[in-house]
Design a protein around this ligand. Structure first.
Ligand code: SF4
Length: 222
């Protein structure tokens, strides 16, 4: 018999009625909270490692400090960039890595300066660093953005290695392409957080397509 796949994304219950958020909540048959206690136990055992526990504690405190209560209602009060700076401070990190897209060079510069002004040492690498032609990947000219021109490949493994070489303690990822970001996450030694996910069309706000699924982006559902 095949195991039923766990899929929170199909949970039919409103927040207040969900099992994972309410002691008397309800569960669908594909609920991981109810059906995978052995995996939950293993996940909790990961927190026995003091470094992992400290990271999780500070992340939870940062989450709490992202709100102020207004008559008991949590109101968001901080942009993500400030949360990253505060979290890095809580963790006592001094060396931060910044892996950014060359298409966001001005933003990368601005963020690098903000972090440096806050007292961090910043190691940064743009995605085109390394200056390796896309032909090295075996790409044909027509598979380049601008065929018949020199086009350096995005080089996220090199970016990760530069940050590793600079002994970064925490990496900030800015606007890397789909897949290139995955390679960076895989090869970076320090934990990574994403400041912004690239969306060329939507001003790096990929959720705009999701918020408009019933109108302009309905074709994504077809
Ligand atoms: S853990 Fe269970 S109750 Fe919570 S969202 Fe997932 S399926 Fe729903």
């Amino acid at each position: 018999m095949t195991k039923e796949l766990m899929t929170c994304a199909r949970c039919p219950f409103e927040r207040a009625e969900r099992y994972c958020q309410n002691e008397d909540g309800q569960t669908p048959s594909f609920c991981p909270t109810q059906n995978r206690p052995e995996i939950l136990q293993k996940a909790l055992e990961k927190l026995d490692d003091p470094k992992t526990r400290e990271f999780a504690i500070q992340a939870a405190i940062q989450e709490k400090e992202g709100y102020q209560l207004d008559n008991g209602v949590p109101v968001p009060v901080k942009p993500r960039l400030l949360e990253i700076i505060e979290f890095a401070g809580k963790m006592k990190y001094q060396r931060l890595g910044l892996a950014f897209c060359s298409g966001l060079f001005e933003e990368g510069k601005a963020i690098g300066k903000i972090l440096t002004d806050k007292g961090f040492t910043v190691i940064s690498a743009a995605c085109k660093a390394g200056k390796v032609a896309k032909e090295e990947l075996g790409l044909r000219s027509d598979q380049k953005v601008r065929p018949d021109n020199f086009e350096p490949m995005c080089n996220p493994i090199f970016q990760a290695m530069i940050l590793n070489d600079g002994k970064s303690e925490f990496n900030i990822v800015l606007g890397l392409c789909v897949g290139h970001d995955s390679l960076l996450f895989k090869h970076a030694e320090a934990p990574c957080t994403v400041l912004a996910a690239k969306d060329r069309l939507l001003g790096h706000n990929p959720l705009a397509a999701v918020y408009n699924l019933d109108s302009y982006y309905g074709y994504l559902k077809k």
